[in-house]
Design a protein around this ligand. Structure first.
Ligand code: NAP
Length: 353
């Protein structure tokens, strides 16, 4: 272990329950194997040097759907830091990436739990990898409301608070010009045609505090879970645009991946109709089919944005990678600043480390 500590990689892994004595780079990537007979060299130091000098990309929610397809696509460009809540699922994604001769590091994190997000950010920083991009992709759309460890609405915490905290905890550690991308949803816009036809009413923001309690502006959608989902996505999109104005050192963009079939979104829901609707029907029936996509297509678009070096910032991209407009409200800079300020105030009320 002393030998490993001497190499230019932090060898302390931070878990939810504190510090452990293992390397941040997981055992499968160590250049030495530890056995009961001692240390033996597994791979060359060249491997280690390569690992440390490759660009790295962080992806939340890489275990299914859009995030999984993006992890595989992005692995062609560098080391992937896989951030997810289930270690076994992360290991399976890591194994798939490594079987293709690429590199990945798992970091266990429940993005709806701010303590876990905070620990994950520390763990990512301790890896010491040159992070070129962060993709805030993990998201949920449950029909039934539930509460997180902090007692906050799960949809709001997963889709807005978690990515907000992860981003704010990492930004000062990212090199100039790094790309931060947020996976949003056009459902936030009450005027978006497919959403309007479905009777969705867009984001229903009252305040960050009210959202955390699971309260939305009256007169919303009759579809269960949609007001929570649309509001959380409106908040993270507004924050992305505010961050882009606040911080010119890094690049902040958002993407609407399109109506993407074959993912597990809405799968947490017990509502079979919603599952069918978002899983299949909307992707093939006009006018919804116009906005249809697949995880592989979304992965190409997102990878393009994450690896872009032209300095684009503050842009909301559609499923084809073209700039698009969000709702009138989300484009209002006063609203964007209000969401960020209220979110920071809400988060400051909770000591999560
Ligand atoms: N599919 C669409 O039509 C569509 C349209 C617009 C926007 N989006 C957005 O695209 C993103 C990806 O969605 P998807 O369609 O690919 O859905 P998905 O297949 O359900 O993938 C969601 C990912 O997020 C992870 N996740 C959920 N809750 C988490 C938590 N508390 N902590 C850590 N990870 C968590 C899931 O992990 P587990 O494997 O452990 O569950 C999974 O890896 C979401 O932000 C979604 O809102 C999707």
């Amino acid at each position: 272990m002393t030998l490993l500590r001497g190499i230019a990689i932090s060898c302390i892994e931070i878990h939810d329950n504190g510090l452990t004595e293992y390397g941040s780079i997981p055992p499968s990537c160590w250049p030495f194997q530890v056995t009961r007979f001692g240390l033996y060299r597994k791979v060359s130091l060249q491997y280690l040097t390569e690992f440390c000098s490759m660009k790295a990309y962080i992806i939340t929610g890489p275990t299914s759907g859009i995030g999984y397809a993006t992890a595989l696509e992005l692995a062609k460009h560098g080391v992937i830091i896989l951030v997810g809540r289930n270690r076994d699922k992360l290991t399976r994604v890591q194994t798939t990436i490594e079987a293709a001769g690429q590199k990945a590091v798992p970091v266990v994190c429940d993005i709806s739990d701010m303590k876990s997000v905070s620990n994950a950010a520390r763990q990512i920083v301790s890896l010491g990898l040159p992070v070129a991009g962060l993709l805030n992709n993990a998201g949920i759309m449950p029909a039934k409301p539930s509460k997180t460890t902090q007692g906050w609405d799960s949809t709001f915490a997963t889709n807005h608070l978690g990515p907000f905290v992860l981003t704010e905890r990492l930004t000062s550690h990212l090199p100039e010009g790094a790309n931060i991308v947020f996976v949003a949803s056009a459902i936030e816009d009450p005027e978006r045609r497919p959403a309007k036809i479905m009777g969705m009413k867009g984001g229903r923001y009252i305040s960050a505090e009210a959202s955390a309690r699971g309260e939305w502006k009256a007169g919303g959608s009759k579809m269960p879970g949609i007001d929570a989902y649309a509001t959380s996505k409106q908040c993270i999109l507004a924050s992305a645009m505010a961050f882009a104005r606040e911080d010119r050192r890094l690049h902040y963009n958002a993407v609407e991946p399109g109506i993407t079939r074959g993912t597990n979104l809405g799968g947490e829901s017990t509502n079979a109709f919603l599952r069918f609707l978002f899983g299949h029907l909307m992707a093939i029936v006009p006018p919804f089919s116009k906005y249809s996509s697949t995880p592989k297509k979304s992965a190409k678009v997102i990878t393009g944005i994450l690896t872009d070096t032209s300095g684009k910032t503050g842009i909301y991209f559609d499923e084809k990678g073209r700039p698009m407009l969000g709702s009138e409200l989300v484009r209002d800079t006063a609203f964007q600043d209000r969401v960020v300020a209220e979110t920071r105030t809400l988060l400051s009320t909770m000591n999560y480390g």
